[in-house]
Design a protein around this ligand. Structure first.
Ligand SMILES: *[C@@H]1O[C@H](CO)[C@@H](O)[C@H](O)[C@H]1NC(C)=O
Ligand SMILES: *[C@@H]1O[C@H](CO)[C@@H](O)[C@H](O)[C@H]1NC(C)=O
Ligand SMILES: *[C@@H]1O[C@H](CO)[C@@H](O)[C@H](O)[C@H]1NC(C)=O
Ligand SMILES: *[C@@H]1O[C@H](CO)[C@@H](O)[C@H](O)[C@H]1NC(C)=O
Ligand SMILES: *[C@@H]1O[C@H](CO)[C@@H](O)[C@H](O)[C@H]1NC(C)=O
Ligand SMILES: *[C@@H]1O[C@H](CO)[C@@H](O)[C@H](O)[C@H]1NC(C)=O
Ligand SMILES: *[C@@H]1O[C@H](CO)[C@@H](O)[C@H](O)[C@H]1NC(C)=O
Ligand SMILES: *[C@@H]1O[C@H](CO)[C@@H](O)[C@H](O)[C@H]1NC(C)=O
Length: 852
């Protein structure tokens, strides 16, 4: 249409000079004037030709009538005498008559030429004149000038109303207006067209934004205005939020912990939106793109984007919810539990803490176990826990391993935990014990170490303990209420075993045993009395020993008590015939009864040794300071002795001979009764001895007493030494007196020392002066040993003592018959063979006087 209009407009220009209807000249028989009307359209400033009939008339007159007036005024004429142009023609443009015609041409047509031109034409004047009036209606058109666009509001707000006007200075109507819109991207469209120079836009919207121009067209031409920008103000719309990386769930958006999450907000708006971000209603960021690097679980929440149009002061908001997914900590944890009364296994896998829940999946020996439980299908679950129930039917292997694999969105690798199931390595153990205050008897049953724990319960006379417990079960019975004889059975069930295991306790009163009911022993030795429980399965009180006087035995120097829960051994030390013989009793009891056992201890003296007689008692020199002795023993073959005591005594008949060497130290000897000075001979084989360091001036008597351990024999008849066969040189005797006196004093001092220190050195005292006490040990004799006891004895140790000051060395005799391993006493020296005169006799009293 536009093109048509434009096209028409262009067509006008070259062809608008003459537009006339072609009429054939007709002869009016009535002499009437013929009128012809034509319309001619001209454009101002352009040329136009007005025709006056198709042929040249003989005469013509062009006249002009201004529109709105009646007057008809001549413009040019030619009455046969040439054309005559009137002054009026000057106002009608450059008007000329085209030669050889009556047509006029007007160059540069003015607007004033608009009107009615009339050409009165006269033909055939000479013969039959004809008159024509040609009315030429000249329309002078004005081309449209370049229009210009006016907008009531170049920045209208969306929804408002505005108008646009296409203004035009000049232009002959009718004028067509075409409204063109060019979008931002260059698409041009016609939005309206019509005759109105103004268009109203009601409800302006953003699509109206763009370049506008109007094109005004009339019959002459078409002109387009400059373009004008219409800027619709609008928005902001509801924002659109784009989350990168994009992950949407039914809860909203989600992100993995430590990811970088970008939130982009876009809201259509003119002018462009200002963006503000809110997290849980507090402002966190300004700008369209909110980026959270390394997002954390605590960033979960609502994110709102607020878009603002600062020009309009309008805003809009959109909220999304963003959930940050995070894995559970660590690894899943696996365990195995008994199920269905310890006939099945339950595998538990738990991995809590993550969001969303991880998926857990059991693997391992499940299939080999032919596991067909109903919930197998749900082995993979979006759960923090997963449980698998395994029937142990047909579970052949003792040791099975299962793994639970946990995977989570936020983890690249899955995590695994494992658990095993196995039977306890040992058998169930039944134990009984008693509380300290003897109030309760506890029966304990335990079967530890399996996985899962076994179920343990008791069956017995009472109702207690029947409820199973894991791994161990303790039955508490009031002391004394337990029933003897009836078994208490402990059952233990493990899911991997179809059979239950058992152990059993039968409560019985204790039974005590001793190795020997009668123990006989030789005096002076230590003896051990034993007492032990026949069996050890029920807790029994401590075993108590009572001695021969019925007193509870405590550990003293007399008694050594060694005991465990199973036995108590009483050692009676240094046995004494009278004090330690008798009935000893060992007792104990437990929750179901008590018992005792008696042991008779017989402490025996050693038999009397045979009598001995001195057969030789003689000074070996005239110095009278050494006496040689020899003796005999009756019934030598019996051997019932262990040694001899050879004694000498001062005979007090000749007190005057003691003379000037009397000293205060001798006083004791004179006050008390005469004292026998012993020499101990520990070798039963010895039959001779030399006693030295005698005082030459003194008269002595000697006697010998055989000894069998502590049993002393009858002393022999005392004998005074005989004089040697040689004469005594007085000078020698005189010289010897001083030495003898010295020896006597030293001997007296030694005896004093021993007497005064009898408590410190009891053995020395006892040895010299006789005592029933001895530290000797005897082998424990069986009652059957009694018969031979007389000749068979342990080693009697008498020496081996060190005292401060003077040292007393007492060699001991060793009996070749000794066999007891108990008589492990140190040997100080070996006795020399008898009859060796050059050696000192084995038993001597030596005094080491130091520093005097
Ligand atoms: C409009 O027409 C008037 C009268 O004919 C003339 O004076 C004026 O110059 C024209 N304006 C334009 C822009 O052509
Ligand atoms: C445009 O609106 C005005 C009033 O707002 C009215 O007078 C005029 O006629 C309307 N023009 C058109 C083309 O609707
Ligand atoms: C703007 O134009 C688009 C596409 O041409 C259209 O979908 C939308 O509805 C228009 N908007 C308005 C407000 O007319
Ligand atoms: C934000 O809101 C969410 C959902 O209401 C809530 O879980 C989260 O704890 C909140 N965060 C803070 C920091 O308040
Ligand atoms: C569990 O097992 C024990 C022995 O196997 C049985 O005595 C007991 O009745 C069972 N209990 C249940 C609830 O099945
Ligand atoms: C079962 O397996 C465990 C672990 O390998 C082992 O300690 C136990 O002795 C086994 N028990 C039996 C009855 O084989
Ligand atoms: C105590 O006597 C028992 C025998 O009744 C014996 O087995 C045990 O070894 C003895 N203990 C000691 C320490 O001698
Ligand atoms: C031994 O001597 C004592 C007294 O000296 C005497 O009574 C006894 O009979 C003697 N024994 C023998 C077997 O001769």
């Amino acid at each position: 249409m536009v093109a048509q209009l434009l096209g028409l407009a262009f067509l006008f220009l070259p062809t608008s000079l003459v537009t006339s209807t072609t009429h054939a000249v007709e002869i009016n028989p009535n002499w009437e004037v013929v009128y012809r009307d034509t319309r001619v359209y001209g454009v101002v400033g352009k040329a136009v030709i007005l025709e006056c009939g198709p042929t040249i008339p003989d005469m013509y007159i062009w006249s002009f009538t201004k529109p709105g007036t009646e007057a008809i005024k001549a413009v040019v004429y030619n009455l046969g005498k040439g054309t005559r142009i009137q002054k009026l023609a000057e106002t009608l443009g450059q008007l000329t008559v085209i030669s050889n015609s009556a047509s006029v041409s007007i160059e540069k047509l003015p607007l004033a030429a608009h009107g009615l031109f009339t050409c009165q034409a006269f033909y055939d004047i000479d013969k039959d004149p004809k008159v024509y009036y040609y009315y030429v209606h000249l329309t002078v058109r004005v081309p449209v000038t370049k229009p210009y666009l006016l907008m009531s509001d170049a920045s209208p707000v969306e929804g408002s109303t505005m108008w646009m006007r296409c203004n035009l200075d000049n232009g002959t109507g009718p004028i067509q207006y075409v409204w063109k819109h060019e979008t931002r991207n260059g698409t041009i469209s016609v939005v309206a067209q019509g005759t109105s120079s103004i268009i109203n836009v009601t409800d302006v919207n953003r699509n109206h934004t763009g370049w506008y121009r109007c094109v005004a067209s009339n019959a002459v031409n078409s002109e387009s205005s400059n373009r004008l920008w219409l800027d619709t103000i609008f928005g902001p719309d509801i924002p659109q939020i784009d989350v990168t990386p994009f992950s949407i769930t039914e809860r909203g958006y989600s992100a993995l912990e430590r990811e970088t999450v970008s939130l982009l907000c876009q809201a259509q708006s003119n002018p462009a939106s200002q963006y503000v971000w809110f997290y849980n209603n507090s402002q966190v960021y300004t700008g369209p793109q909110f980026t959270i690097t390394k997002i954390l679980r605590m960033h979960t929440g609502d994110y709102a984007c607020l878009a603002q149009n600062t020009y309009l002061n309008t805003r809009s908001k959109k909220t999304i919810s963003l959930t940050v997914y995070y894995p559970p900590d660590g690894s899943p944890s696996c365990s195995v539990e008994p199920a269905l009364n310890h006939t099945s296994l339950k595998l538990l896998c738990s991995w809590t803490g993550g969001f969303p829940s991880p998926s857990l999946h059991w693997t391992g020996d499940l299939k080999t176990l032919g596991h067909t439980e109903a919930d197998t299908g749900t082995q993979t679950n979006q759960l923090t826990n997963t449980t698998v129930l395994l029937s142990t039917e047909g579970m052949a292997s003792n040791d099975s391993s299962f793994s639970c694999m946990g995977s989570h969105l936020a983890l690249t690798q899955s995590r695994v935990c494992s658990t095993r199931t196995y039977i306890p390595p040992a058998e169930p153990v039944c134990l009984a014990y008693v509380t300290n205050n003897k109030q309760y008897l506890m029966l304990s049953c335990s079967w530890d170490g399996g996985s899962p724990n076994a179920l343990v319960w008791w069956e017995g006379p009472g109702d207690q303990g029947k409820v199973g417990k894991e791994s161990s079960n303790v039955l508490v019975l009031r002391y004394g209420t337990a029933r003897g004889g009836k078994p208490y059975t402990c059952h233990a069930k493990h899911p991997l075993l179809i059979q239950t295991k058992t152990c059993r306790l039968t409560l019985e009163a204790p039974v005590l045993l001793t190795q020997r009911r009668v123990v006989s022993v030789y005096e002076g030795s230590d003896v051990q009395l034993t007492c032990n429980l026949r069996s050890n399965y029920l807790p029994t009180n401590q075993i108590t020993w009572f001695n021969n006087r019925g007193l509870d035995v405590k550990g003293t120097s007399k008694y050594t008590l060694l005991r465990t829960s199973a036995w108590a051994n009483l050692t009676v030390r240094d046995t004494h015939e009278a004090q330690d013989s008798g009935e000893y009793r060992c007792t104990t009891s437990n929750a179901v009864g008590g018992t005792e056992v008696n042991v008779t201890l017989l402490v025996k003296r050693h038999p009397m040794p045979p009598n001995a007689t001195l057969v030789k008692v003689m000074y070996n020199s005239r110095k009278r300071n050494e006496v040689e002795l020899e003796w005999q023993v009756e019934s030598e073959e019996e051997r019932g002795w262990t040694g001899f005591i050879l004694e000498h005594i001062w005979v007090p008949e000749r007190p005057g001979r003691r003379g000037r060497n009397d000293t205060k130290e001798d006083t004791d000897d004179r006050i008390g009764p005469p004292v026998w000075y012993p020499s101990i001979i520990q070798d039963p084989e010895v039959r001779s001895h030399t006693v030295g360091r005698l005082t030459p001036t003194v008269t002595y008597q000697f006697r010998i007493t055989p000894v069998n351990h502590r049993t002393l024999g009858h002393p022999s008849a005392p004998k005074t030494p005989a004089e040697p066969r040689y004469n005594v040189y007085p000078a020698v005797i005189g010289a010897a007196i001083g030495g003898m006196l010295f020896a006597a004093i030293v001997t007296a001092l030694l005896l004093l020392f021993i007497i005064r220190n009898r408590n410190n050195n009891p053995r020395l005292h006892d040895m010299l002066f006789g005592s029933q006490h001895s530290q000797s040990r005897e082998n424990i004799n069986l009652p059957e040993d009694e018969v031979v006891g007389g000749s068979e004895g342990g080693i009697e140790e008498i020496g081996g003592l060190a005292s401060p000051g003077p040292t007393l060395a007492l060699p001991r005799a060793s009996s070749p018959l000794t066999t007891s391993p108990l008589s492990a006493t140190p040997t100080t020296s070996q006795a020399p063979p008898p009859g060796d005169d050059n050696e000192p006799v084995s038993v001597t009293i030596t005094v080491k006087a130091t520093g005097s």
